[in-house]
Design a protein around this ligand. Structure first.
Ligand code: F0G
Length: 463
C-alpha cells in the first residue's frame, strides 16, 4: 500500500471571525451566529501571514502545487478525497480524528461546444459538481463539516434543505455513524433528492412551509437541543466547498479563467468559491482573480434585487417560486459574503426566467453533459451577460454545474413531453422550446416502424 503523500509542513491552525464586527472566536454557538452582533462567521488562518507581512512556512505556492499533484497517486483516504487533498488550506482535525469521506470532489471539467455556440462565445467549459458522490456540490462541504461534527462528539446533525444538502448530509452522517435530521419543504423538492435522504437513513420531516420556514424551525431547534447545524451558515461547510475552485484552477494549470458563473440560492457556494479565489491570489497560487458572477431565477431573486435596487446595502426577503426548486430561496443567509465576493472579483448578478432556465437545461443536455434545473441558470445567465457585453466572445468562461441531471427527472420528462408550463403564465413563451423537445415515441414492436421513424428523422433533420 502506498504511504500517504507527505504534508508540506504543518501550517498554524484556523479560527473563526465574524464578517460584520470582526469578533474572533475558536468555537461558535450551535447556531453559528456571532454572540455580539448575530452575523455569520468565516474561517480564517492567522498563521498564513506574519506581522511583518511575509508568508508562513509551508505555504510556498510551488511546493503546495507539487504536493497536491503528488497526492493524486496515493491511495490514502485523505489523498483520494478531492477536498482533503488540499488540506493545507483547510481547518485541521485534532490528532486521532479522520475525515468522513466518500472521495468527494475530483469532478470533471467538460467542454460544451453546442452551448458555446448558443451563447455566442468561442469556447465554454463546465465544472460539473453534480459528479460528486451524492450527485451535487454539497458533498465537498459536507465532508469537512460532518467531520467536525463527529470530532465535537455530536450525536445528531441536522439541516433545512431544498433537497441536495439533505441528501448529502444524510450520506455523510451515515458514513460517520451520526444520526441525521432533515427538514424539507413539503411537495417542493424533487423525488430523487427526497429518496436519497430516506435511503441513507435520515429522519426526514416534510414541513408544511417553504425552505425559509424550515430554516426558521431549525434555528430554534439548535438553540434548544444539542444538534449540530449543517446548513451553509456553518463556516466549515464553506471551507470544504471552496476546494472546488482550487481543483478547477489546478485543472486549468493555474491559469485563471476570465469568468466563473455560479447559481445563487442561499449564496453559500458563491461565497465559498470566491473565498478560495481570494485566498489563492493572496498565497500566490494564481496571478489574478477571475470575475465571479451569480445568477438567480427571476422568481427567487432577492440577491439580484438587493444589488439592483438597494446597491447591496440591504436584502429584503421575498416569497420565492421557481421550478428550479434547489434555489427556491427567498432569504439567503450568506448574501453579505457573496456581495463581498462580487465586489472583490468585479463580478455581477443576473436573473433569468423559467423558460430561459428550461431551454438552457436542455442545451446542456444536448452536449451530453446534463444537469439539474438550478445549474442551468448559469448558461441562461451567460447568454444575458454576453448580450450586455459583460462577457466577451473570446474570454475563458467556466460554468459551475451544481447538480446531476438525474436529481430531477420529473422536470426533464415534463419538458420533453411539452407539459412543463401547461397552465402556467409561461405557457405562451414556452412554445419557443418545441425544437428542443424530444418526447419518447411509442411504436409497435416492428422493424418497419423503427426504420420509418429513422427515415422520417433524416428527412426532417438532415445532418
Ligand atoms: N444548485 C443546486 C443544485 C443546489 O442544490 C443549490 C442549493 C444551489 C445551486 C445554490 O447554492 O445555496 O450555495 O447559493 N441548495 C441548497 C440545499 C439550498 O438545501 O440543497 P447556494
Amino acid at each position: 500500500m502506498n504511504p500517504p503523500a507527505s504534508d508540506v509542513t504543518s501550517v498554524p491552525g484556523s479560527r473563526l471571525r465574524c464578517i460584520n464586527c470582526g469578533n474572533v472566536a475558536d468555537q461558535a454557538e450551535q447556531d453559528f451566529r456571532c454572540r455580539n452582533c448575530g452575523d455569520l462567521f468565516e474561517v480564517f488562518y492567522p498563521g498564513w501571514s506574519t506581522s511583518s507581512g511575509t508568508r508562513a512556512s509551508g505555504l510556498d505556492a510551488q511546493a503546495l502545487k507539487q504536493v497536491w499533484h503528488d497526492r493524486k497517486t496515493s491511495i490514502a483516504p485523505s489523498d483520494t478525497s478531492g477536498v482533503w487533498r488540499f488540506r493545507e488550506l483547510l481547518p485541521t482535525l485534532k490528532a486521532g480524528h479522520e475525515p468522513i469521506t466518500l472521495r468527494e470532489g475530483n469532478t470533471p471539467l467538460f467542454d460544451l461546444p453546442r452551448c458555446a455556440r448558443s451563447a455566442g462565445v468561442d469556447r465554454l467549459q463546465a465544472k460539473h459538481q453534480g459528479m460528486n458522490p451524492t450527485a451535487s456540490f454539497k458533498d465537498t462541504g459536507m465532508t469537512t463539516a460532518a467531520s467536525f461534527a463527529r470530532q465535537e462528539e455530536f450525536r445528531w446533525v441536522a439541516c433545512a434543505s431544498t433537497g441536495n444538502t439533505s441528501a448529502s448530509m444524510a450520506a455523510y452522517a451515515a458514513r460517520g455513524d451520526l444520526r441525521s435530521l432533515v427538514l424539507i419543504p413539503e411537495g417542493k423538492i424533487s423525488w430523487g433528492k427526497l429518496s436519497q435522504s430516506l435511503d441513507y437513513g435520515a429522519v426526514t420531516c416534510q414541513l408544511r412551509t417553504d425552505f425559509d420556514g424550515c430554516v426558521r424551525v431549525l434555528n430554534e431547534l439548535v438553540r434548544r437541543t444539542p444538534v449540530y447545524l449543517l446548513n451553509s451558515v456553518n463556516p466549515y461547510r464553506l471551507e470544504g466547498q471552496k476546494t472546488a475552485a482550487i481543483e478547477l484552477l489546478e485543472q486549468l494549470s493555474w491559469e485563471p479563467p476570465d469568468h466563473i458563473i455560479v447559481p445563487g440560492g442561499n449564496l453559500g457556494n458563491s461565497s465559498a468559491l470566491g473565498k478560495a479565489l481570494m485566498e489563492m491570489k493572496d498565497l500566490g497560487l494564481i496571478s489574478r482573480l477571475p470575475r465571479l458572477s451569480v445568477i438567480q431565477a427571476e422568481g427567487a431573486n432577492p440577491f439580484f434585487r438587493s444589488i439592483r435596487e438597494h446597491g447591496g446595502k440591504q436584502l429584503i426577503p421575498t416569497d420565492a417560486d421557481t421550478l428550479a426548486t434547489a434555489i427556491r430561496i427567498g432569504n439567503p443567509a450568506s448574501w453579505k459574503k457573496a456581495l463581498r465576493v462580487l465586489e472583490a472579483t468585479q463580478g455581477t448578478v443576473e436573473q433569468v426566467s423559467e423558460v430561459e432556465i428550461a431551454l438552457a437545461k436542455a442545451e446542456i443536455g444536448s452536449d451530453g453533459v446534463g444537469c439539474e434545473p438550478a445549474s442551468a441558470v448559469t448558461l441562461a445567465g451567460l447568454k444575458k451577460l454576453v448580450g450586455q457585453g459583460f462577457v466577451k466572445r473570446n474570454e475563458r468562461i467556466i460554468l459551475v454545474l451544481t447538480g446531476h441531471v438525474l436529481k430531477d427527472p420529473e422536470f426533464t420528462l415534463k419538458f420533453h413531453r411539452g407539459d412543463l408550463f401547461v397552465g402556467s403564465p409561461h405557457e405562451k413563451e414556452a412554445k419557443s422550446l418545441v425544437p428542443q423537445q424530444r418526447a419518447p415515441f411509442v411504436l409497435d414492436a416492428k422493424l418497419e416502424s423503427v426504420i420509418r421513424l429513422l427515415e422520417d428523422f433524416d428527412t426532417k433533420e438532415p445532418s
